[in-house]
Ligand binder design. Structure first.
Ligand code: GRF
Length: 216
């Protein structure tokens, strides 16, 4: 499996993916990292790992569609067969969606379908939820609305700020994205309408996650 990773920022999820590929936890290689922000740490991480890194600044393109055409051309040139959005702060268009239908994944810092879109952690704090988390999902035409692959729950603690909660969620993101990719690389993911079935999952392995109060 050849991954094309799109990132805009620090690239810590990219790093988790690179590490999991290097350790053999995912049977895949990162074939391309595309970044739209000059100087982003994600680019340095890609270069350090020795994987092809491309800066494609969106300002150089006249429309989102023109940008996505270049992204698709780059991904194809590098032989990517699965696209991972990893903190890519751009809306993608049907140009990219159509070229990689059901083969684009995203990670989002909430338990979707709660708090889609921007500032998910801020939204969770404002709503007063006791549990939030992160979600790896297949990208469809909506905002953070596609079929869900992997989620992890994270407690919201009294006194949490956007920064402290985001940091606690990020730790789980770094587990969830490689896990989702390992399942995908193992051919175990079946998309059935809105739902994803993980083949070979142990039906007895149900875990209950509850808010901290309930564990006393
Ligand atoms: C993560 O919180 C991810 O969920 C969101 O953007 C952030 C990216 O962080 N989509 P990083 O660039 O992977 O460190």
């Amino acid at each position: 499996m050849r991954l094309g990773v799109l990132a805009s920022g620090s690239g810590s999820n990219l790093q988790a993916i690179l590490d999991a590929c290097a350790s053999g936890a995912i049977r895949a290689q990162v074939a391309a990292v595309i970044c739209n922000v000059p100087g982003a740490r994600a680019l340095q991480r890609a270069e350090q790992a020795g994987v092809p890194a491309m800066l494609l600044p969106h300002a150089a393109f006249g429309s989102r569609e023109a940008y996505d055409r270049e992204v698709v051309a780059t991904l194809r040139r590098q032989g990517a067969d699965l696209v991972c959005l990893a903190g890519f702060m751009r809306l993608i268009t049907p140009v990219l969606l159509g070229a990689f239908e059901n083969r684009i994944l995203n990670i989002h810092p909430s338990l979707l379908p709660a708090f889609p879109g921007l500032h998910a952690v801020r939204q969770a704090l404002a709503a007063g939820v006791r549990i939030s988390g992160c979600t790896v999902h297949v990208v469809d035409e909506g905002t953070d609305s596609g079929p869900i692959l992997v989620q992890a729950a994270v407690p919201v603690l009294d006194g949490d700020t956007e920064e402290t909660l985001a940091a606690r969620i990020l730790v789980q993101e770094h587990r969830c994205y490689p896990r989702a990719l390992a399942l995908w690389a193992g051919g175990r993911v079946r998309i059935e309408g809105r739902r994803v079935r993980i083949e070979g999952a142990d039906p007895g392995a149900t875990r209950t996650l509850s808010s901290p109060e309930l564990s006393d």
